[in-house]
Write a protein that binds this ligand. Structure first.
Ligand code: BGC
Length: 455
């Protein structure tokens, strides 16, 4: 049944997933808050990165963005009106600890208290991500994720958050997509802080892996009844054909994109066998690290958008693989040039479900950017609505087959700052006019509300 037909039948609703299934939307501090230098807040690496010329689409920045800092009441009320019971947002480290360590900002703490309290008052459950990529610049000046001292900086930051918010916030995620912030930020240099090469990437990966587990341990110790997870980006990887070297290439990409951060947390260490170059990471490891990378997460958050098709290439250093981009494959794509491939989400649930030691799985992000236009006060984003229906059918298939799948969060509540792509791609259920800050619930948003509460 295709999405259109499904919509007609109206039988496909959240009810099918049972009443214990968790539904929500996700956002991230830097992408929505604005108020980049209000009160005590000092720059994060994204404030610095976006101030450079030519690194972001049309030199966009997020000084104001959706101005969620000031509009949070209106936005949370919209969430409530849309029947969305869970709100995943991240904390800005440099709003809470302007220098990354040391002095706590009372205004930063007060701001997140206001958000948490307003959510609870409106019966919306907060799901907090500790780190969604906006490292305090003061820490980057000391090497950021490449400096092993980040383990103690992160310990301090996590402790402060747990002590201030842990009485009311019970659902915690330690990191958002470590592969993306280390890969794009410390290997390719296309995200903040713009560092490149293996000598930045490998220590950043290792320190992120240590923080991922340590963060879990701290929340476990300090927050009563905490439900603790962390999130991973993941894509279904397929070789371009069945040739041996392409199949091997696909395995290497799969190890890097899908296995690199979860396996050490399960006590399996890094996937050296599949990607031998990873052995170089041992230079940054102490003997007790293999043990310290382990944490028994209550849940794993997987974030899936697309699949990747890959082939072997002699010319690409280290991995020897090339991604065959979607526009070259004559397939449906989103505005990010990502293939629309609903089966990917099923494959990923299945993959993570197969690990012994994974307790529960939540889709903590899934969504799509399409060209949206406001016409007569409406955004008729049929493509996005169909995207959700088709991906959700795959999530449902996983559930029906008895795989562990306990919740689903849309990326994202409202259009916002899409990192290196600026404001060009819009992913929201709500359209934002960035000049006037006007919010317009898109047709996909209206569909989601009905899907959640069909009667
Ligand atoms: C990130 C989000 C981002 C989204 C769409 C994820 O990688 O967690 O911050 O906006 O994908 O690109």
């Amino acid at each position: 049944m295709d999405a259109e037909e499904n919509l007609k039948s109206r039988k496909f609703t959240s009810k099918k997933f049972g009443k214990n299934f968790t539904w929500g939307v996700s956002v991230a501090a830097y992408q929505i808050e604005g108020a980049h230098d209000l009160h005590d807040k000092k720059p994060s690496i994204w404030d610095t990165f976006t101030s450079k010329k030519g690194v972001i689409h049309q030199d966009h920045h997020a000084k104001k963005s959706c101005d969620f800092y000031h509009n949070y009441e209106e936005d949370i009320l919209l969430l409530k009106k849309m029947n969305i019971p869970n709100f995943r947002f991240s904390l800005s480290w440099s709003r809470i600890l302007p220098d990354g360590i040391g002095q706590i900002s009372e205004s930063g703490i007060a701001y997140y208290n206001r958000i948490i309290d307003f959510c609870l008052k409106n019966e919306i459950t907060p799901w907090v991500t500790l780190y969604h990529w906006d490292l305090p610049q003061a820490l980057e000046d000391k090497g950021g994720w490449t400096n092993r001292a980040i383990v103690s900086w992160f310990e301090y930051y996590t402790t402060v958050c747990a002590e201030h918010f842990g009485d009311r916030v019970k659902n915690w995620m330690i990191l958002n997509e470590p592969m993306v912030f280390t890969g794009a930020g410390y290997f390719l240099g296309v995200h903040a802080p713009g560092k490149k090469g293996l000598s930045n990437f490998l220590p950043a990966v290792h320190h992120a892996t240590l923080c991922q587990a340590l963060g879990g341990r701290i929340i476990r110790k300090l927050v009563t009844n905490a439900f603790i997870g962390t999130t991973f980006s993941c894509s279904y990887i397929t070789p371009i054909n069945k040739k041996y070297k392409n199949v091997q290439a696909a395995k290497r990409v799969d190890a890097m994109l899908n296995r690199l951060f979860i396996e050490p947390s399960l006590g399996m260490d890094y996937p050296y066998k599949t990607v031998p170059i990873l052995k170089k990471i041992q230079k940054y490891m102490l003997p007790s690290d293999v043990e310290n990378m382990i944490f028994d997460f209550d849940f794993i958050g997987i974030q899936n958008y697309t699949r990747e098709v890959v082939k072997h290439s002699y010319f690409v250093p280290y991995l020897g693989v090339k991604i065959v981009e979607a526009p070259k494959r004559n397939v449906d794509t989103t505005l990010m040039n990502w293939e629309v491939y609903p089966k990917s989400i099923y494959k990923m649930i299945k993959k993570f479900n197969a690990y012994e030691g994974v307790n529960k799985i939540f889709i903590t992000e899934n969504g799509a950017a399409f060209k949206d236009a406001v016409i007569d006060g409406k955004v008729n984003d049929v493509e996005r609505r169909n995207f959700f229906i088709n991906y959700l059918q795959q999530v449902y298939k996983a559930k029906k087959k008895g795989l562990k799948i306990d919740g689903y969060f849309v990326w994202t509540l409202m259009d916002n700052f899409e990192w290196a792509e600026g404001y060009h791609p819009r992913f929201g259920l709500i359209h934002v006019d960035f000049k006037t800050q006007k919010r317009t619930v898109k047709e996909s948003g209206k569909w989601f509300s009905k899907f959640l509460k069909p009667d």
